[in-house]
Structure formats: structure tokens, C-alpha cells
Design a protein around this ligand. Structure first.
Ligand SMILES: *[C@@H]1O[C@H](CO)[C@@H](O)[C@H](O)[C@H]1NC(C)=O
Ligand SMILES: *[C@@H]1O[C@H](CO)[C@@H](O)[C@H](O)[C@H]1NC(C)=O
Ligand SMILES: *[C@@H]1O[C@H](CO)[C@@H](O)[C@H](O)[C@H]1NC(C)=O
Ligand SMILES: *[C@@H]1O[C@H](CO)[C@@H](O)[C@H](O)[C@H]1NC(C)=O
Ligand SMILES: *[C@@H]1O[C@H](CO)[C@@H](O)[C@H](O)[C@H]1NC(C)=O
Length: 507
């Protein structure tokens, strides 16, 4: 019952009705008459709304019902729940028209998925002496609350795997209503296929959870790849995206190799650098140690990991060793521990050149330059010798030609072929050799050497006596033409004849 209100006309009327009702209670027919005119209207059939909004439930009654309270119940039967009553505290609920006797509509603010259900507007009738019973109820309003899915979350295999391994990735989102939801997967921008999403009841009756799984084979190049789970739902203007960096699930082991600078064997007391190259690993945490004959070395210089273009890392570690004789045959091990995995080791052995070989060794290293000098010297000496020989030969020939008592004919070499020759004697003790050329029209008609010491050979391109191109033979006293390569005149010279060696290239 309401707390005592200030007396008002309506209340007075209601109190009077109560009295009448009480008086007439023993007479059944009278009660029925009073309730016959009572009407309760709950016009809304279905209401659908988004979470967070304010729900308005409408209920009106005709004036003059029997005494007893009005209530809003959610659900019917044993599951019912009082949403609003005239007594009690309902913080989210307010009446649409305060204190109205006929309008019992209510507002429920900040509706949540769990508010989904069927709401009944109910009129109770007071019993005598106390308690009340159901008098009338509305036909019920079914309220559904659309609910947005939570932001999708992608989870990986929970451990790192190597390239080539297949691992599942799962995308989950929850708390949405209705249950229809679309899930798409992408690797970077490429769509990938997944098994159909699993829809399960969520935390409340009127919400659902979704779980979708893809299985992927990871590759080395995936260090920079991103996995995207895209969720679209009736309640969303734009799809929601959950992302996952595949680098979180990937482990790429390094490739390790060791270099020695200079390579073994090395001369005694030389400094040798051992370089351990650690390449192409992810994540970037490696631990490099050097062991000399199995014992960890203290002096080592390891660079910071450098990220390469693909997102993989590389580094190198250097130790310097003085190649003392007693270190001959020592082993140097580069031990690489990547991401708490089994160590990878690369071993190299230091060989020291034997002392006798050391001379050669030092020679070959120190004299690499002087060897070049030696080559140059030898080359120069050879050239000088060759020039000397050539000069001597030339001198000899000069002497020979000077020493000749009788004139000899020298013929200027013809261009192509020479034909028959004629010779005539010069009155000035000069000797001419006239060579006739058939084909050469532009040949030199006459060439005269100006030196008094020399003989003249005049070459003419006159008509040839015959057409034999290959061999020209001038059977002259003074000129002897031969196909043989140029050679000096025979020594001693035949008396009474001069020789001129003419080279006649074949066509
Ligand atoms: C509401 O539930 C209570 C307790 O479970 C029950 O006694 C009552 O009869 C129910 N009312 C209706 C209208 O179902
Ligand atoms: C549904 O999803 C929500 C949020 O994603 C989560 O908190 C809840 O535990 C899930 N409930 C069930 C039954 O899976
Ligand atoms: C190498 O060095 C050691 C000490 O540094 C020295 O005793 C030895 O003579 C050196 N050997 C040569 C071949 O230089
Ligand atoms: C390690 O090497 C780098 C470059 O090679 C050099 O700058 C640095 O001084 C070295 N550190 C040590 C401790 O030798
Ligand atoms: C080092 O060992 C190798 C192989 O045993 C040997 O041939 C070489 O002479 C040794 N060098 C020295 C300097 O003893």
C-alpha cells in the first residue's frame, strides 16, 4: 500500500470504493460487477533496442479498478522478477507519468543484454485481511536488446614456432545479440579461409560468444606479417578488427659460420681475427660466446643485432688471437644461443706455419709486392736484351750492305703481285729494276732513292707479259725475284749478279 497521501478527491473516492467493496465482499455478484469495467492495456508487442538506451514500457489502466498494487514483472511463473512496484527501490526505473492513476508506463535506463525478456504489466487485487492476488495482466512485451560484440581478440599458439610449422590462431568476440555475426580473416591484405565461427551462449541468456580459428603455416617472411580478424554485426557501423603480429609466434634460427682473417696456417706471432657471423634470426636475442679449446674466452667483441630488411636480425662477434707457437692446433668455437634454444656451435682450428715454411710464408706475404718488382725487372732486362740483339743484327746487315763492291738492286715492295720485270742499265752507274704491274693502276711509277749509295728500283705498272699472278720471276742479271720470305742477299755474293729480295704476298 502507498504511504498515506494527502487527502485528494480521487483518494477519497477510492477509499469510499474500498469501504463499499469491503461491505459487499460477502456478496459475490457485487465484486464481479465492479471489476467488469476495468481495463488494462499493454500495447507494445515487441521492442528491440541497443544496449545503453532507455527502454519505455507502456501500460494504461481504466480508472476505478479494485484496490491492490500495480507491478511490472519480467518473466512469468516461478522465474518472474519484479522490475517495478509501488513499493521497493528500483534505481534504473522511473515512471513515465508520476503518480498517475491510469498511466503505469515506465522507463528503464541503460538497458543491458540481460534486460532482454518478456515484461508484463500486472494489476493485483488486495485480499482481506492482508495479501493480494493477481487481478489482471497485460499480454506482455517482448524486449530484445541488440548488443555489440566485444572487440575481437586474436590469440596465437602461445609459443614460438619455426618456419614451416602449422599453428592455429583463434579470434574471439562476445556479448553480442542477435547471434548472426560474420567473421573474416586476413593476412596482411590477403583474405584467408577459416573454419565457420562457433557461436555459443554468452554470459547472459540474451547474448552470444563467437570463436573462429584459422590454421596457418608460418614462413620466415612472416616476421613483418599481421593477422587480422574482422567481425561484422548488425549493431556495427564499421567492422571491428582484431590484429595479431605473426612475429609473436615466430622463431627463425640463425645461420652461423666462422671466418679466420688471415686464414690458417699463419706465421708465428701474427694476429688472427676469428669472426663469427650470426645471420637471419628472430627474435633479436642471441648470446654469443667464444671458447678456446673448450674454455670460455674473455676478450670478445660482439656487435649489437642489426635488423635487416625482412625484419630478421644479424650480428657478428670477433676475437683476436696472437698465433703463438704453442697455440698450434688450438680450436676456437663460436657458441650461439638463440632465444633460449639449443646452442649452435661452429669450430675452427688455428694452424701455425712451421718455421721453415715460415720463410716462404713471410716471403709470400712480405714479398708479394717484391715479387712483382722482380717480374718487372726481369721483363725490363729481357726487353733490353731483345733490343740489343735487334740492334746488333741491324748493324751486321748495315755492314754487309756497305761492304758490297758491286751495286745491288733494291726493290720497293709491290702492293700485291708483281709481274715480269725489265731492267735497264743506268748510265750513271745506277741500277734500275723495272717491275711491271698489271692490275695496280695507281702504283708508284717511279721511286727514286736520293742516296748516292743506294741503287734504284723503279717499279712500273706496265702491261704484263703473261697472266701468271702467283709467281713472278724476273730472270734478269741483276734482279732476282723470289717468293721466299725476305732474306738478306747471299753471302758471299755471286759475281756478276745482284740480288733483290722481293716479298710478294699471295692474293
Ligand atoms: C512470481 O514468483 C513468486 C516466487 O517464485 C511466486 O510466488 C509468484 O506466484 C510468481 N508470480 C507470478 C505472477 O508468476
Ligand atoms: C563470452 O565472451 C566474453 C567476452 O569476450 C567472456 O568474458 C566470457 O567469458 C565468454 N563467455 C563464455 C560462456 O564463453
Ligand atoms: C714470438 O713472440 C714471442 C714472445 O712474444 C717471442 O719469444 C718469440 O721469439 C716470437 N717468435 C717469433 C718467431 O717471432
Ligand atoms: C669492438 O669493435 C668495435 C668495432 O669493430 C670497436 O669500435 C670497439 O671498440 C670494439 N670493442 C672492444 C671492447 O674491443
Ligand atoms: C703446427 O701443426 C701442424 C700439424 O701438426 C704442423 O704441420 C706444423 O709444422 C706445426 N707448426 C709449428 C709452428 O709447429
Amino acid at each position: 500500500m502507498e504511504p498515506l497521501p494527502p487527502p485528494r478527491p480521487g483518494r477519497v473516492a477510492w477509499s469510499l470504493t474500498c469501504l463499499v467493496l469491503l461491505a459487499l465482499r460477502g456478496w459475490p455478484g457485487a465484486g464481479a460487477q465492479v471489476t467488469q469495467g476495468f481495463e488494462l492495456q499493454q500495447p507494445q508487442d515487441k521492442v528491440s533496442m541497443e544496449a545503453g538506451e532507455t527502454l519505455t514500457l507502456t501500460c494504461t489502466v481504466s480508472p476505478g479498478g479494485p484496490p491492490g498494487s500495480m507491478k511490472w514483472l519480467k518473466g512469468w511463473g516461478s522465474e518472474n522478477q519484479t522490475i517495478y512496484g509501488q513499493t521497493g527501490s528500483f534505481p534504473r526505473v522511473t515512471r513515465a507519468v508520476d503518480e498517475s492513476e491510469t498511466d503505469f508506463s515506465i522507463h528503464i535506463r541503460d538497458v543491458q543484454p540481460e534486460d532482454a525478456g518478456t515484461y508484463y504489466c500486472v494489476k493485483f487485487q488486495k485480499l482481506f485481511p492482508d495479501g493480494e492476488e493477481l487481478f489482471r495482466r497485460g499480454k506482455g512485451t517482448e524486449v530484445s536488446v541488440l548488443a555489440k560484440p566485444t572487440h575481437p581478440v586474436v590469440s596465437g599458439p602461445g609459443r614460438r614456432v619455426g618456419p614451416g610449422e602449422s599453428v592455429p590462431f583463434t579470434c574471439t568476440a562476445g556479448g553480442f545479440f542477435p547471434q548472426d555475426i560474420s567473421v573474416k580473416w586476413f593476412k596482411n591484405r590477403t583474405s584467408i579461409s577459416a573454419q565457420p565461427a562457433q557461436i555459443t551462449p554468452g554470459q547472459t541468456k540474451a547474448s552470444y560468444n563467437m570463436s573462429s580459428t584459422v590454421t596457418m603455416t608460418l614462413r620466415k617472411e612472416d616476421v613483418r606479417s599481421q593477422l587480422i580478424c574482422e567481425v561484422q554485426h548488425l549493431t556495427l557501423r564499421a567492422p571491428l578488427r582484431g590484429t595479431y603480429q605473426l612475429s609473436q609466434a615466430l622463431r627463425v634460427s640463425p645461420i652461423v659460420h666462422v671466418d679466420a682473417d688471415p686464414p690458417s696456417p699463419v706465421g708465428v706471432n701474427k694476429t688472427v681475427k676469428f669472426i663469427c657471423h650470426v645471420k637471419g634470426f628472430y627474435p633479436g636475442n642471441v648470446n654469443v660466446t667464444w671458447l678456446e679449446n673448450g674454455t670460455e674466452m674473455s676478450l670478445q667483441n660482439t656487435s649489437r643485432p642489426v635488423e635487416m630488411s625482412q625484419g630478421l636480425f644479424q650480428l657478428s662477434s670477433v676475437v683476436e688471437v696472437k698465433a703463438m707457437e704453442e697455440k698450434n692446433g688450438s680450436t676456437f668455437t663460436c657458441r650461439v644461443v638463440h632465444d633460449a634454444q639449443v646452442p649452435v656451435e661452429r669450430v675452427t682450428t688455428l694452424w701455425i706455419a712451421a718455421p721453415d715454411r715460415e720463410g716462404v710464408n713471410s716471403m709470400s706475404t712480405a714479398a708479394n709486392g717484391s715479387l712483382l718488382v722482380i717480374y718487372i725487372v726481369v721483363g725490363v732486362v729481357c726487353t733490353v736484351l731483345a733490343l740489343l740483339v735487334a740492334a746488333i743484327l741491324y748493324l751486321i746487315r748495315m755492314k754487309q750492305s756497305k761492304g758490297k763492291s758491286s751495286p745491288s738492286a733494291r726493290l720497293h715492295e709491290p702492293e700485291k703481285s708483281s709481274e715480269a720485270t725489265t731492267q735497264e742499265s743506268d748510265p750513271n752507274n745506277l741500277t734500275y729494276a723495272d717491275l711491271n704491274f698489271e692490275k695496280e693502276k695507281k702504283s708508284i711509277r717511279r721511286m727514286v732513292e736520293m742516296s748516292q749509295q743506294s741503287e734504284y728500283a723503279c717499279i712500273q705498272t706496265n702491261r704484263a707479259p703473261n697472266g701468271d699472278d702467283n709467281l713472278t720471276y724476273a730472270d734478269l742479271d741483276m734482279v732476282h725475284l723470289s717468293k721466299a720470305p725476305k732474306r738478306p742477299a747471299p753471302h758471299p755474293e755471286e759475281t756478276g749478279s745482284e740480288y733483290a729480295s722481293v716479298q710478294i704476298p699471295r692474293k
